[in-house]
Design a binder for this molecule. Structure first.
Ligand code: PLP
Length: 502
């Protein structure tokens, strides 16, 4: 690209200093062309896991801010040469770490429009379409997932914010304590509060307990069964024990699709316990919930109609770019009572009624991006059938890999595979020393990740180092899974030969 002089730039900028419309059009087209090429070639043109070393990007950038305007050509050149090497490609078909995600075409275009409009949907009047589209889109998603009406939904940045909001509402729902008003510290009339989740729940629940002021001791972790599902009998026993010891139980967080293994807690039994002890039930379906879009998978949400709140992240497995986390509740009045606070400068006629929500009333964030736009575009572009087909395919690929693993003498499955996550480890015949198996699996994972075609992450199950193959990107094909499996087998065979030779 040709460098432009400062004078050229001055001629092109408007009186405001912003980019002239024609330049915006030109660079916009150039960037969209770049994006189209990037998305088409991401699997072949880049290592999935960035190979940069810590501090490398930082040191390649100037320490001081630019004093004079710079040409877009120079900015884009640095984007390419300095920043791109520091990108780990979540868009790659070989990205199978954590939980796979996808910035799909319609989702990315929706995000671009969101950015261009740059509205803040804090109040209905600050962009009626943003508030109303959010309500409509989330009702569509509710229907797609087979959840009963009515269910109020709002979009937050992350599930971590959502679980915190749910627990603030749960705390506010405790009769007579008025914690929002009076706080908790120094009060003799507030017993120590306790909430419950399984030992396999996401760490966002622990963080919520910290922020909420109940402390990490205020979160009791319940054991799981052989399939990593919360033990509802142990839950009830823990609640009884805590009540006898003077604690005040107030909420349970159950999970549909845990992070380590994608296990599904027994929601109907947990809901029974919550109803018996009048506890708020929050269901974390951040990853797994999306699968209910496939009617054949609806069973995973059995009992969720009894939950007080539920989260599903379209930015995980519904092909919507980060960030987009849907928070549903059957008790919007309680959430609103916990959060609504209207200073004079935000007061307006619409603040007075409940018919039209002001989205700022359902969480601690005032500003809200127009996130429903990208979700709406994804839902319309794919349709329920299109979304369900992709999810079904991911689940099918996972089943296939799990089957190969089960058949192999050198590998073993470490957890059931209800969704598209396969937990496995290399366990060659005759090698039973746990330390040796751990070293072998760690070694295989780091070798695979170093090549650049695939990126895997791990967890620990019953103390055993376990590889996670998380399938969730639109671009991942059967060929990718076959190649990964071939790669794993070859590496294990080579390791076994080395051990035998030594
Ligand atoms: N819950 C589960 C089950 C998760 O797997 C994750 C992240 O992977 C989260 C919550 C946190 O999601 P977020 O990044 O949206 O806060």
């Amino acid at each position: 690209m040709e460098e432009r002089t400062a004078l050229d730039i001055a001629q092109q900028t408007t009186a405001t200093g912003d980019m002239a419309a024609e330049d915006f059009r030109r660079y916009g087209h150039e960037i969209v062309d770049w994006m189209a090429d990037y998305l088409a070639g991401v699997g072949n043109n880049y290592p999935v896991l960035s190979r940069t070393i810590p501090g490398e990007i930082r040191h390649a950038l100037p320490n001081h801010p630019p004093e004079q305007p710079e040409a877009m050509e120079a900015i884009l050149k640095d984007f390419d040469s300095i920043l791109m090497p520091g990108i780990t490609h979540w868009n790659s078909p070989g990205f199978m770490a954590y939980f796979g995600i996808t910035g799909s075409g319609p989702g990315i275009l929706g995000e671009m429009l969101c950015s261009a409009l740059n509205v803040n949907a804090m109040l209905w009047r600050t962009s009626p379409a943003a508030t109303e589209l959010e309500q409509v889109t989330l009702d569509w998603l509710r229907q797609m997932m087979g959840l009963p009406h009515p269910l109020f939904g709002v979009i937050n940045d992350t599930a971590s914010s959502g679980v915190l909001y749910a627990l603030v509402a749960a705390r506010e729902a405790i009769p007579d304590l008025h914690i929002r008003q009076k706080g908790m510290a120094g009060r003799s009339d507030v017993p120590r509060l306790r909430l419950y989740t399984s030992q396999d729940a996401h760490s966002s629940v622990d963080k919520a307990a910290i922020v909420l002021g109940v402390g990490q001791e205020g979160l009791r972790k319940i054991g799981t069964d052989s399939e990593f599902r919360m033990n509802a009998v142990e839950l009830e026993r823990a609640i009884e024990e805590d009540i006898a010891a003077g604690w005040l139980p107030f909420a349970v967080v159950a999970t549909v699709g845990t992070t380590s293994t994608s296990s599904i807690d027994p929601i109907p039994q947990i809901a029974d316990v919550c109803e018996k002890y009048k506890l708020w039930l929050h269901v974390d379906g951040s990853y797994g919930g999306a699968a209910a879009v496939d009617p054949a998978m609806r069973w995973i949400l059995a009992g969720c109609e009894r939950a007080d709140s539920l989260i599903v992240n379209p930015h995980k497995w519904l092909f919507t770019p980060l960030d987009c986390s849907v928070f549903y509740t059957r008790k919007p009045d309680v959430v609103k009572a916990a959060f609504s606070l209207i200073p004079e400068y935000l007061r307006n006629a619409e603040s007075l009624g409940d018919e039209i929500p002001n989205l700022m009333d359902y969480g601690s964030a005032l500003g809200r991006r127009f996130r429903s736009l990208k979700l709406w575009m994804v839902m319309r572009y794919f349709g329920q059938e299109g979304l369900a087909t992709r999810i079904r395919e991911h689940n099918h690929l996972a089943q296939e890999l799990a089957h190969w693993v089960e058949e192999s003498p050198n590998f073993e499955i470490m957890a059931p595979t209800p969704f598209s996550l396969v937990c496995l480890r290399a366990h060659p015949q005759g090698v039973d020393d746990e330390a040796q198996l751990e070293a072998l699996n760690e070694h295989i994972m780091s070798q695979i990740n170093a090549v650049g075609r695939f990126f895997l992450s791990h967890t620990r199950l019953y103390g055993r180092f376990t590889l996670r193959v998380a399938i969730g990107n639109l671009r991942t094909t059967e060929r990718d899974i076959q190649d990964l499996w071939q790669d794993m087998q070859t590496r294990v065979a080579a390791e076994v030969r080395t051990v035998q030779a030594s």
